[in-house]
Structures are given as structure tokens and as C-alpha cells.
Ligand binder design. Sequence first.
Ligand code: PGA
Length: 255
Amino acid sequence: MDKARKLFIAGNWKMNKTVAEGLDLAKDLKRDLALVRDVDVAVCPPFTGLYQIGQFLDGSNIKLGAQDMYWDKFGAFTGEVNAAMLKDVFCACVILGHSERRQFFHDTNETVNKKTKAALAARLKPIVCVGETLQERESGRTELVVKDHVTGSLAGLKAEELVEITIAYEPVWAIGTGKTATTRQAQEVHAFIRKLLADMSDSSTAARIRIQYGGSVKPANAKELLGQPDVDGALVGGASLVARDFVDIINNARS
Ligand code: PGA
């Protein structure tokens, strides 16, 4: 693999899998990915599965991630979990600002920014999601929206913090729809994001930050998408729920 940045492929299980089902999937992945060292791999089960799946994967080459968190340290925030709690159940990373959370649960750049800072303070690596809707793309506003998401969600972060972050570019119109951005569309936005990151820090910092693509990534399109110069991995939803598909995505990306 000749990319400067090591590929990072994460599975976002969303609201799927009981603990037992998640453990079954984790068992298959641990077995089938045991020899993979040249790609960083993570799975992000729902909160209920984190402890047991994390315990099962602990010490393996598959890292554990959560799908969201709250920024405060503790207290009267019914229904929320904080970064320390996620660390406590083996999490190494956390997805923040996923478009489904922005759309259905009122996440904004401001709250994603607070969550990102809280995750970093707890040494939890954030995967910060950004991306435009179909309407925004069709009205020529992709760059505006992506810029707003990137600069807003990462406001105030220093270069040494930015390098701990992974950005996931996920065009909303490609999520769960079977429509994938073309390699050209993906590369264009990824390069644009890298330029924004350079403007926020410097070009050598920007060159170290991994930018994942997300939105209907499948075994059949993984190699081409992840072969683009600024595509450094994938955030995989639907296809991460089937061991064979997730393993094939990783192997196809490596080949
Ligand atoms: P998808 O989801 O792979 O099912 O399109 C990606 C995501 O939402 O992270």
C-alpha cells in the first residue's frame, strides 16, 4: 500500500444487532481479519453491545467505536453517555455528527464541536461526519455545506488535535440508498476538505488527517473509491452488518 495515510475502515452498525447477534458478527470478523495489519479497522455497535463486544475484541486488531456521546462529564442528562463511560467499555473511537443524528436528533455544528472537544480530552478518537443532501448538491451548494460542517464542527481545534480526528465525508443522498458518489465526486470533495483542513492548520497537518468516504460502500466499489488519492478509508453502514461483505470491502481496498 503506497498511501501516506494508513487506510481506516469502520463499520457503523447503527441501530442493529442484539448483543448476541453483535458477538456473532464480531467473532467472524476477528477470525477473518486476524492477519490484517495494513488497514485500521473498527466496528461501532449500538451502546448496548459495546461492553461485551469490546471485551471480546480487546487486544485484537479490531478497534471498538461508539456512534455518539454527550459532551458533559457527568450529571443530570437523562439518556446520555459521556466519553469516560465509552472509554470504560473499551471504546477507542466515536462517530460524531452523523447525518442521521444531524437530521433526526438535532445535532448541529456547535454540539458536534463540543462533543469532538470532549472526546479528544478523554483520548477518544472522533470520526466527525460531514456531507450535503441531494437538494444541496443539486443546487450547487456542496462545497458551502461541507465547508460549514468542517469549519463549524472542528472550530477552535489545534493542529495536534486535528491529527487525532478522522473526517467522514458522507453525502446524505448516498447513505443507505445504494447510490454511491462517483470516484470523481468523492475525490473532489475529499481534496476540498483537505484544503479546508490546511487552511485551518497547515498543509503538513492536513496531509496527516484521514478522510473516510461513506455512503453505500460495498465490496464491488471499495477498491475504486479507496484507491482515490484523498480517500483514506470508509465508514460503512449496511454492508458492515454482514461479515463477508465487510471483510471483502477491507480486502478489496487492500488489493
Ligand atoms: P451505508 O451507511 O453504508 O448504509 O450507506 C453509511 C453511513 O451512514 O455511515
